[in-house]
Design a protein around this ligand. Structure first.
Ligand SMILES: Nc1ncnc2c1ncn2[C@@H]1O[C@H](COP(=O)(O)OP(=O)(O)OP(=O)(O)O)[C@@H](O)[C@H]1O
Ligand SMILES: [Mg+2]
Length: 371
């Protein structure tokens, strides 16, 4: 439902989706130079600990979304001792070139076929991807902010309109918070607050509406994937609006607090497994299963939206999962026909049939060889 509205509104569905046919890294994390030619199907990235597998997945996430994996700061991805880093991906068939450059002391820059883009997020939609990495476990175990970030990032990939609402909302929030702190010392008239509050109210309403619709869409697929992965336990998603009130009516309290207490920047996504709030009660395996189910639901939604399979970036997805969950996960992810990158410490972790049908990259100390 939502995907159709969004694609009609934005024409995003028309952007051709391709696979990545080439990846070049310069001074990115452990890599000084790397040239990789992945297959359009399954790519297994294997190697012992601390050799550069996650770094590779992160580079792929960066050219796809303009962002590193959850929890990483841009400057951290520049190789120690270097001033700049760059990641370049070439899309199969169209040969479109996506580049992200990181530089110490300034903001990162994204380029499309060598031409600078206004914002790194302008890369979104050209090589849609769904990623899973260890830090994504925070979606279940972390704070409300971690779950809002999940919603914001995933929805932004599908909807430039959502991203615009979010950008305006965040700026208005910063402005209002600055005024609130100013008003603690010197009176600030209502008319100064008004334009920001009206933006918060309008764009905040749009954010909540889209998040609610998206969670509704996600719920079905997430529950289904979870049942398959978790042998029948029920996964439930619910958007939790902390306070429905109007931002203007909380102004007096907010001045005392020095921050805005009402709005979608305070909401949460409640995730329940077998009736219990997963954040507090789920085991590690259950948390991992819940996050993977969410990501699989995102994948299904993105497939409907783009009418093609996004690139799947799965980092260390098997740890903490028992044998039955592993094999269910394999079935759910790998039979889809899209491009997949999957890391593991030993290639035989994934089973003989998959090894047969995949391209295997062996990673050792920032060097990658094709096996
Ligand atoms: N900016 C950086 N410059 C140089 N080295 C870095 C940088 N960031 C991370 N590293 C190093 O890169 C190495 C590889 O990290 P990475 O997370 O890619 O390993 P991995 O193969 O995924 O390991 P694991 O199996 O333990 O998950 C680590 O030893 C890390 O310290
Ligand atoms: Mg790793």
């Amino acid at each position: 439902m939502m995907s159709r509205d969004l694609s009609e509104e934005e024409g995003v569905g028309k952007v051709p989706l391709l696979f990545l046919s080439r990846l070049s890294l310069t001074d990115f994390r452990i890599y000084d130079q790397l040239e990789l030619e992945p297959s359009p199907g399954l790519n297994l990235v294997a190697g012992p600990n601390a050799q550069g597998k996650t770094s590779l997945i992160e580079a792929l996430a960066l050219v796809s979304t303009g962002r590193l994996l959850r929890g990483s700061k841009d400057v951290q991805a520049i190789r120690h001792g270097c001033e700049t880093a760059s990641v370049e991906g070439i899309l199969g068939q169209s040969l479109t070139r996506l580049t992200v450059e990181l530089r110490r002391g300034t903001r990162k820059r994204a380029l499309l076929n060598g031409m600078g883009l206004p914002r790194p997020s302008d890369l979104l939609g050209r090589l849609p991807s769904v990623s899973f990495s260890a830090t994504d476990l925070e979606i279940v175990s972390g704070e409300p902010q971690d779950r809002r970030q999940f919603l914001d990032w995933e929805i932004a990939q599908l909807s430039p309109a959502y991203l615009r609402h979010l950008t305006v909302y965040k700026r208005a929030l910063e402005q209002r918070n600055a005024l609130l702190r100013q008003a603690q010392d010197t009176p600030v008239s209502a008319s100064v607050f008004e334009p920001w509050e009206s933006q918060l109210s309008d764009h905040g309403g749009a954010l909540r509406e889209t998040r609610t619709a998206w969670i509704d869409e996600l719920s079905r697929d997430a529950a289904e994937a979870h049942a398959r992965l978790g042998g029948g336990e029920e996964l439930c998603l619910q958007y939790d609006i902390r306070d429905e009130g109007d931002v203007r009516s909380s102004r007096a309290i907010d001045i005392q607090r020095g921050s805005t207490s009402v709005g979608p920047h305070r909401d949460d996504l409640v995730i329940r497994v077998a009736g219990q709030e997963a954040r507090y009660f789920a085991s590690q395996g259950q948390q991992r299963t819940a996050v993977i189910a969410l990501k699989l639901a995102v994948l299904a939604a993105a497939e409907r939206h783009f009418k093609q399979s996004p690139v799947l970036l799965l980092d260390d997805v098997f740890s903490d999962l028992d044998r039955s969950r592993r094999s269910q996960l394999m079935e759910l992810t790998l039979g889809r026909g899209g491009q997949v990158f999957l890391t593991c410490t030993e290639a035989d972790q994934v089973g003989f049939e998959l090894i047969e049908s995949s391209t295997i990259f062996q990673v050792e100390s920032g060097r990658v060889s094709r096996r």
